[in-house]
Design a protein around this ligand. Structure first.
Ligand code: G4P
Length: 530
């Protein structure tokens, strides 16, 4: 068991969040490079797992021309086993993006130094903040003109209500970018771009009071600024407190440039030391320790129909305790059945391979004939637990769907219901009405396209879509509320979800405030805890 404990303790599972174009992909690539470089040097995962042929679902996905998969990449670095959860962004932003955050133990937030916090970062932050997990900030693109670094950290603190602790401090930006001052080691990491897109990092021991040396390194003008700024930081910023970092109250901030690979490795090293290994997770029965001998995992994502002929689904689960072994039977709590998990896989530096064992902190994908739902628990039959489900996140786009051919009603209802059960869309209906007109809510508009594609290809149903003007949804909470008697604006709509819970959909924040003001005792929630 010492072996299992060691394996779990060296795991770091995190997600990178950002607004499109801030540099998430570039940073991920650079991180993988460090993993890859080390693998090339010979310390590859030392296990004798035979590589099995991988399925062709990626190919299928390519043919479909839409990417809806968020992947999990595992690599080794300096004795750590790192799992990076990729959160879909851009057009394929969806509920999966949010759910993936439930599987992470910490988050790296990439911010464009010229832009500061942007809308998608805001949305993702809200979800992360609920979990009190460590949040690290990488302020990227310092090789371009940036906003004032004090403004940037001020914005983080004010908008997100967290403390920040700059681990390093930039010296200039854009053409004047000279590197960063490493606050812990009191040295300068000098930046030198020797080729477009590539740079050199040189660590130079330098006392901040050594005027002569600093002048020769960064010039008198930047030196004067740096000395003032470091003095201000040392005097006025938050103290470093690991406990605060580990509970998400204090975000360590790193300035760097992913594209030129400046500051990425120092960031990675610091991050790995400061962030947490897998931590206990809550279940209905109490908290489960990752080092518990009994295996447990929860489903956070279902990737449907990779292979049309078989209606296979790939179900991703996050292991929360113990060790997974390929040939063992496990218990699926929601169906009450024991089973072997078919074709368990992991994605390692872009290659998918069958895994024989995995540990708490890891993500595995298993083929699933349709038994799993989002939030389900799989565990050892010896110690049955049930994880506390995954919240339902508020969709932001709504449309009414009807079938074109009324004779296809059965297929339409089946398709809609199954796709909603997988968590690919959310469905609502008007109170007391059936499934003739289904109100579909999604977080990202690509989900509409995926829905239409799947209804046509898998269920052979053509649909008619009518867009709706609503953008906000809130679950109704609060006792003694008579939903039928609510005082609402004419463009607010009452709907029910598939569990028949009541919700309101709104066209603006203004209407939400109106509803709250006019209806005493009404509580509206942005998330629904299942
Ligand atoms: P994303 O995943 O967050 O959407 O961002 P991504 O990494 O794709 O980066 C977006 C663009 O920003 C890319 O340019 C990338 O090269 C650039 N970029 C990322 N990090 C840095 C950095 O540290 N400095 C600079 N100067 N640029 C950076 P692109 O889309 O390929 O456009 P192009 O610039 O190559 O034309």
């Amino acid at each position: 068991m010492a072996d299992m404990k060691h394996e779990i303790a060296r795991r770091r599972t995190f997600a990178i969040i950002s607004h499109p174009d801030a540099g998430k992909t570039t940073l991920t690539e650079k991180l993988l490079l460090y993993g890859g470089a080390i693998q090339l040097a010979g310390s590859v995962k030392g296990k004798a797992t035979a590589r099995h042929a991988v399925s062709d679902w990626m190919e299928l996905e390519k043919q479909r021309g839409i990417s809806v998969t968020s992947s999990v990449l595992q690599f080794e670095y300096d004795g750590y086993c790192i799992n990076i959860l990729d959160t879909p962004g851009h057009q394929d932003f969806s509920e999966d993006t949010y759910r993936t955050l439930m599987a992470a133990d910490s988050v790296v937030m990439v911010i464009d130094a010229a832009k500061g916090i942007e809308p998608q970062t805001r949305k993702l932050f809200k979800v992360v903040a609920r979990r009190n997990i460590p949040i690290f900030t990488f302020i990227n693109k310092m090789d371009r003109d940036s906003r004032d670094p004090f403004d940037l950290i001020d914005q983080l603190e004010k908008e997100f209500g967290i403390g920040t602790y700059p681990m390093n401090w930039p010296i200039g930006s854009g053409n004047d970018f000279k590197g960063v001052f490493d606050r812990e080691n009191r040295r300068i990491l000098a930046f030198e771009q020797f080729k477009k897109g590539q740079s050199k990092l040189e660590a130079i021991e330098c006392d901040i009071t050594d005027t002569e040396k600093l002048d020769s390194l960064i010039g008198p003008y930047l030196r004067a600024d740096l000395v003032d700024q470091i003095e201000l930081l040392d005097g006025a910023s938050y103290d470093f407190d690991l406990e605060q970092v580990r509970t998400g109250k204090l975000s360590p901030v790193f300035f760097g440039s992913a594209l030129t690979n400046f500051g990425v490795e120092p960031f990675l090293e610091s991050f790995l030391k400061l962030t947490t290994p897998p931590l206990p997770r809550n279940t209905v029965e109490g908290s489960v320790d990752p080092e518990d001998d009994n295996f447990s995992a929860f489903v956070f994502k279902i990737q449907a129909n990779m292979n049309k002929a078989h209606r296979d689904r790939l179900t991703f689960m996050r292991i929360c305790s113990g060790k997974f072994e390929r040939n063992k039977e496990y218990f699926h709590v929601q169906s009450g059945k024991s089973m072997k998990l078919p074709q368990p896989q992991q994605l390692m530096a872009q290659e998918r391979e069958i895994v024989d064992e995995a540990y708490a902190g890891d993500i595995i994908g298993v083929f699933d004939p349709g038994v799993f739902s989002i939030g389900d628990t799989v565990c050892s039959a010896k110690n049955k637990v049930t994880f506390e489900g995954i919240p339902t996140f508020a969709p932001e786009h709504f449309a009414i769907y009807e079938q074109v051919d009324t004779l296809k009603r059965k297929q339409f209802v089946k398709g809609m219901t199954q796709i909603a059960q997988e968590g690919a869309i959310q469905i609502f209906h008007e109170p007391e009405s059936g499934m003739e007109r289904v109100i579909v809510g999604v977080v990202g508009v690509l989900q509409f396209e995926v829905l239409e594609y799947r209804l046509k290809n898998e269920y052979n149903v053509d649909v008619r879509k009518t867009s709706m003007p609503y953008e906000l949804i809130r679950w109704i909470e609060g006792d003694n509320i008579d939903v039928k008697k609510l005082n609402l604006t004419s463009d607010t709509k009452l709907v029910q979800d598939f569990k028949d819970r009541y919700l309101l959909i709104f066209t603006s924040e203004w209407n939400i405030n109106w509803a709250l003001q006019k209806n005493e005792g009404l509580i509206l929630s942005e998330f629904s805890n299942n």
